[in-house]
Structure formats: C-alpha cells, structure tokens
Design a binder for this molecule. Structure first.
Ligand code: FES
Length: 214
C-alpha cells in the first residue's frame, strides 16, 4: 500500500561479486521478498530487474537470454531494457508496449517509491515546488546513511524542475553517490513518473561531520 511519505527504501545489498555475473548470463535472484532477474548485457553492464514478465508473468531468470542491452523472456520472446521498459515484441517488432515496465533495482544507490497528496499541493494541482527539495534532502540522507557516511550534513542541494510533479500518482526517486572526496559525498538523484517521465533532477553535497561537530 502506498501512503504519503512512507517510501519503501532499498539501500545497498550485496547479491554477489561482480565476476560472478559474466557477460551474457541471466540469473534468477530472490531478495527483499521479491523475485528478481540479474543479467550482464553484451556491453558489460550489470542490471537487476523485477523477474516476472509483464506479458504473461513468466520468470525471466529461468531461461531468459541476453540480446544487446536487453533481456529476453523465455516464454514469448518479449525483450526488456535496462530501464525496465519493453523494447521488443516479436509479432510487432516496431511497436513495443511502452506502457509496460519492469521495476528496476540499480546496482548501487537508493530507490524510494511513494506519492505526494493534496496536502503537498501548490498551484494548478501540482506538487508545491518547496516540497521537492525537502524530499531530496531526506533522500540524500538515506543515501549517505546507507553508504555508511553518517552523520552527514547537507552543504548544498540543487534541484532542476523538468516537468510538473503530479499529486496522487506513484513516483520513483533514485539517487546515488557520484563521487567521494574525503568527508564530502557528491550525490545525484532523479524523480520519475510511472511512465518514466523525468520530473526533477537533483544534485548536492553531503559532508560528514567531525566527532566534535553538532
Ligand atoms: S510471458 Fe514473457 S513474453 Fe510472454
């Protein structure tokens, strides 16, 4: 159940060593109570997706195949990309179903899911612009905490507003540490709608406090 600001958080969980996932291999996983599929695409990038195909529900991790940067379902050959989107349907190769998307579990960072409600509304039934940096500040805290860099303080936080953020619709925020320099962690994040539309981008600097600092 999704309720305001009760975001399901996924931090960093080790599911194996990188060399254990050779190029072209598709492997079933089960973590966080979910069936997942891991595959390393032909370019060497590792991806983890929700396992059950959005066509008729086959487990892609059992018999799936890597094609380019996609993983192909063993049942009817639908292909899914690293962003979870449907890329290819054999009987209509030029018309993938862009409305269907598998959930993505990026190999690093923190993903939060949730929605804003009427209590966060600004003008024109959109989320108030001030709510979004507040959310990112919380998100950045989760990211550095998960990476073992807490306690940290926000030194700066910048948001680019790309599209109107709606209320009462499921949203996904994904962020990760882009660079660490001593006590500084440079963090980057995005928030997207259910159809993959980019709503906002954020970047910031989190600084780990010294033992004597408040
Ligand atoms: S169940 Fe996956 S393609 Fe049909």
């Amino acid at each position: 159940m999704l309720v305001p600001f009760t975001w399901k958080v996924t931090g960093w969980f080790m599911v194996g060593w990188s060399p254990e996932f050779p190029v072209g291999e598709v492997r079933p996983l089960h973590y966080f109570g979910d069936d997942l599929v891991a595959y390393r695409d032909e370019h060497g990038e590792l991806h983890v997706l929700e396992a059950h195909c959005k066509h008729l529900g086959a487990h892609i991790g059992h018999g799936g195949k890597v094609v380019g940067d996609c993983v192909q379902c063993p049942f009817h050959g639908w292909r899914w990309g690293p962003d979870g989107g449907n890329r290819y349907i054999p009987y209509q190769p030029d018309r993938p179903n862009r409305a269907l998307r598998l959930r993505v579990f990026p190999p690093d960072g923190v993903t939060m899911e949730g929605l804003f409600t009427r209590s966060h509304v600004g003008g024109n039934n959109a989320v108030h612009g001030g709510m979004i940096p507040l959310l990112y500040d919380w998100h950045f805290g989760m990211i550095v905490s998960t990476a073992g860099l807490s306690p940290s303080r926000t030194a700066y936080l910048h948001v680019d507003y790309r599209n109107i953020t709606p209320i009462d619709e499921p949203l996904t925020a994904y962020g990760r540490i882009a660079e660490i320099d001593g006590r500084k962690a440079f963090v980057t994040a995005t928030m997207t709608a259910a159809d993959g539309t980019l709503l906002t981008e954020a970047n910031g600097l989190m600084v780990r406090v010294l033992p004597h600092q408040p």
